[in-house]
Design a protein around this ligand. Structure first.
Ligand code: PLP
Length: 381
């Protein structure tokens, strides 16, 4: 019997290998509690107003959502001071990224350009679509060489992806440099879209200084990606959005599956936008925790990269356990962080900023892994 054949691009895909679930880790190491600092989720949980909204609207979930999510699009347009027709909402910003590639790039003809390493969705979705991916290595300090990135662009380049602040390093390029890139790209390749992925930009010390969009600078060739998964506390609800150049949003809406944002996710997102108390507390917790973790890891001898996001990338001191050993060691202590092997950075680790208690537990566990005493006041996990 012959097997049904699939497209070549699909056969070449590696299966996603998920980490152990919280329950599996609890079981394996016999732990009463597990702390997850691996996926850059909100350290304060779900916005209380969004929780209430989900409960309040649960009984309405037998209905289809309203096509085009017009209430949410209106609220987001208001939030960012843009025309409602430029807003596209998706099942996570992952969906918007996927749609942009499918709408703009023709397989076998066009290419997309991004850094290496970068957020894995850009090259993976590109590959699935059969699009050539061109990648510019990051600088040694994980900063961006925009001139070299631009060198990869030709007449067949349809999208250039830039993540700011970057994942997994936390590096945030100067806003002026991104503005210059948009201008130079428009000159060199007028038909190419610049996608600025701002999933983490509101965690920056100064959002306006970090984000063109926050400061109202929106070149005609530039799309901005934002998400409810991080600062707005709804990763599991799957809501993200893009603010796109004028005519593009309409095509994305036409191509999007009609009901990809479900009715409870939409209500939760609307309520999250209203929960200013939660949002302010989140930014405060992340900025404080980022400093605390960065100082704590540095005091333990780790190399910590500067970050404007809700996570830190770090390397182990010389002579210490390897990054892989550290990851396993922390797991046995009930703390999950992110090894960066899949980003081709096997010597580095990424930890999401947690709440106060999680940050303290993480630093105490790191001190144990490194065989050091916690600096001071470090509570035992
Ligand atoms: C988390 C993240 C997103 C958001 O993804 P969602 O699909 O909205 O959950 C987008 N871009 C980057 C770089 C991210 O790290």
């Amino acid at each position: 019997m012959s097997e049904i054949s699939v497209r070549q691009e699909i056969m070449a895909l590696k299966a996603y290998v998920p980490g152990l679930s919280i329950a599996e880790i609890q079981d394996k190491y016999n732990l009463p509690q597990v702390i997850k600092m691996a996926s850059n989720e909100n350290p304060l949980g779900m916005p209380p107003l969004a929780r209430e909204a989900v409960v309040r609207h649960a009984a309405g979930a037998f209905r289809y959502p309203q096509g085009g999510n017009p209430r949410l699009a209106k609220a987001l347009a208001r939030r960012h001071g843009v025309d409602e027709r430029r807003v596209v909402i998706g099942n996570g910003s992952d969906e918007i990224i996927d749609l942009l590639i499918r709408i703009l790039a023709v397989p076998g003809t066009h290419n997309i350009v991004c850094f290496n390493p970068c957020f894995s969705i850009y090259p993976i979705q590109g590959r699935i679509c059969g699009i050539e991916i061109r990648r510019q290595p990051l600088e040694k300090d994980f900063s961006f060489d925009f001139a070299a990135l631009l060198d990869l662009v030709d007449a067949n380049t349809r999208i250039v992806f830039v993540t700011t602040p970057d994942n997994p390093s936390g590096y945030c390029p100067p806003r002026k440099a991104v503005e210059d890139l948009a201008r130079d790209l428009a000159q060199k390749a007028p038909d190419c879209l610049l996608v600025v992925d701002e999933a983490y930009v509101d965690f920056a010390d100064d959002e306006k200084a970090a984000s063109m969009m926050a400061d109202g600078i929106m070149p005609h060739n530039t799309a901005f990606m934002r998400t409810f998964s991080k600062s707005l506390g709804l990763a599991g609800m799957r809501v993200g959005y893009g603010i796109l150049p004028d005519h593009l949003a309409d095509y994305l809406w036409r191509a999007r599956l009609p009901f990809s944002v479900n009715i409870l996710a939409e209500e939760a997102a609307l309520a999250a936008l209203e929960d200013q108390t939660f949002y302010d507390a989140t930014l405060q917790a992340v900025r404080t925790g980022r400093k605390e973790l960065s100082d704590g890891l540095t005091a333990l001898g780790c190399k910590v990269w500067p970050s404007q996001a809700n996570f830190l990338m770090f390397g182990m001191p010389e002579g210490a356990p390897t990054a892989a050993e550290c990851f396993e060691n922390l797991l046995a202590r009930g703390i999950i962080i992110r090894p960066l092997k899949s980003y081709s950075l096997p010597d580095l680790l990424r930890v999401s900023i947690g709440n106060e208690q999680e940050n303290r537990a993480f630093l105490a566990a790191m001190a144990e892994v490194l065989g050091a005493k916690p600096a001071k006041g470090g509570a035992k996990a």
